[in-house]
Design a protein around this ligand. Structure first.
Ligand SMILES: [Zn+2]
Length: 461
């Protein structure tokens, strides 16, 4: 008996969890946090659908919290197996999970102090001790090498080009009548993205589990540099601060590098850039260690390091350094996480500056339904932050060219040449995006495409 169960990221972009069952073996591919709308976030408090101590191993595609952020909770529920992932992801995971634990502990503390907690006292989903125990289980596996996370399941990582360490997973599952091949796309990156390699070609499979984040959209044909130039010029002309909500690792370094490149070429004025993230400095070391992961030379790496060392770039590591940014009127640029504005230091800057019409908020990545980022894009005039309603008078500007996800056309390009799988499952997309990609793939390749719901089980026949 071999089965595949969809336990998350089915009909939504967060909570990636796919369970492979082969005989008595259980292997979980990704273990993400649910993010966005309240009824989704509440799922984080539910017990895992199968007992955690019956799962033999986790195979992790990449470090983003919507793929990795529930691991400490799985460990708290009794998971003791290995967590297999690429060496760069293994190095990043500590930074990411401690940050996630800290965010949750801070949110709980803040909620208790300000008295807006719904549960009293508000508790974090997990804490740093859970993260300690999680990291002890991590085993790094180089890309392109087969490994056996559990009896009857063989896996191999390939570069997905989405972030440092990101992989898609080629899987062979033992079944009656011979092994079945399942390909998990994880998140697929873009072609010709600055600093990142193109995604490797997908491997032949019987079953394809593919992401569909931007399945209903084609990114604009402009280059990230041109797109960023236009948006930044506009923002700085308003005279205020440009707030960029960004994931602290990778995206943040990429942004600073692009901004410094634009400044050096005098395409935008030289203004101070604050990186308001305790993680960004530590992340730089991981970046250096895995320089071969990126699509650039040592010289370009120095360019990234130089741009971060520029006198125009200020790192705010401590809370006091972060607060000091408040006294600046602009023009200037603040980069802070989280990328979807559902936590982190960006919230303090938004609370201070959204009422100011001179402010611009730059939205550079995917914004899931129910996040503050999506609320802003949808034109809200009021945003709730830390229990207060903040009026929105700032300009909201989207820069899709900087997205880390392949769009519909790029997913089509990635899958071109792949022999037709028996069945394709579209996950990690909101329903309109998944439906649109399903139609596209059915028309382009004549494939059998299904959009699974949470809890669906498929026999790997
Ligand atoms: Zn991702």
């Amino acid at each position: 008996m071999a089965r595949l169960r969809f336990l998350g990221a089915a009909g939504m972009v967060s909570g990636s969890r796919h369970l492979i069952e082969a005989g008595r073996s259980r292997v979980l591919v990704d273990c993400g946090l649910f993010q966005g709308e309240k009824q989704l976030r509440e799922r984080n408090w539910e017990r895992f659908p199968v007992p955690a101590d019956t799962i033999d191993a986790v195979v992790l595609t990449h470090g983003h919290i919507d793929h990795s952020g529930w691991l400490p909770r799985l460990v708290r529920e009794g998971f003791k197996g290995a967590i297999h992932t690429s060496p760069a992801t293994a190095d990043l995971l500590g930074l990411l999970l401690y940050d996630s634990a800290k965010c949750q502990e801070e949110d709980a503390l803040y909620a208790n102090r300000k008295g807006y907690a719904k549960h009293r006292p508000a508790l974090p989903l997990y804490d740093e001790r859970d993260v300690d125990r999680t990291l002890r289980l991590v085993k790094d596996v180089p890309r392109e090498e087969w490994f056996t996370p559990a009896a009857g399941v063989r896996c191999r990582f390939h570069d997905a080009g989405h972030m440092l360490g990101s992989s898609f997973v080629e899987t062979e599952v033992a079944a009656d009548g011979g092994p079945r091949r399942v390909l998990f796309s994880g998140d697929v990156g873009r072609y010709d993205a600055p600093l990142y390699k193109d995604p490797a070609a997908p491997t032949p499979c019987d079953y394809l589990v593919c992401e569909s984040t931007y399945g209903d959209r084609d990114h604009p044909a402009v280059t990230p540099l041109d797109d960023l130039e236009a948006a930044t010029k506009e923002a700085l002309a308003r005279g205020g601060m440009m707030l960029v909500a960004s994931f602290a690792i990778g995206r943040c370094q990429q942004l600073v590098y692009l901004l410094r490149t634009l400044m050096a070429a005098r395409r935008i004025p030289e203004v101070p850039v604050w990186i308001d993230s305790p993680m960004a400095v530590d992340a730089m070391e991981v970046f250096r260690k895995h320089v071969a992961e990126h699509d650039f030379s040592e010289a370009a790496m120095e360019g990234v390091a130089d741009s971060l060392a520029s006198p125009f770039v200020h790192m705010a590591k401590t809370a006091n350094e972060s607060k000091a940014i408040n006294s600046h009127d602009g023009p200037g640029i603040v980069i802070a996480s989280s990328g979807m504005m559902n936590g982190g230091r960006i919230l303090h800057h938004l609370a201070q500056r959204l009422p100011d019409p001179k402010t611009t908020v730059l939205v550079a990545g995917f914004q899931a339904a129910g996040t503050r980022g999506r609320t802003l894009i949808d034109g809200a005039r009021m945003l709730r932050i830390h229990g207060r309603d903040i009026p929105v008078r700032a300009a909201i500007r989207r820069v899709d060219a900087l997205s880390g996800h392949a769009d519909r056309h790029e997913l089509g390009r990635w899958l071109t040449g792949l022999p037709a799988p028996k069945q394709t499952f579209l996950v990690h997309g909101e329903p309109p995006a998944a439906r649109s990609l399903a139609e596209y793939l059915q028309e382009k390749f004549r494939w059998q495409v299904t959009i699974p719901a949470i809890g669906d089980t498929v026999e790997l026949a």
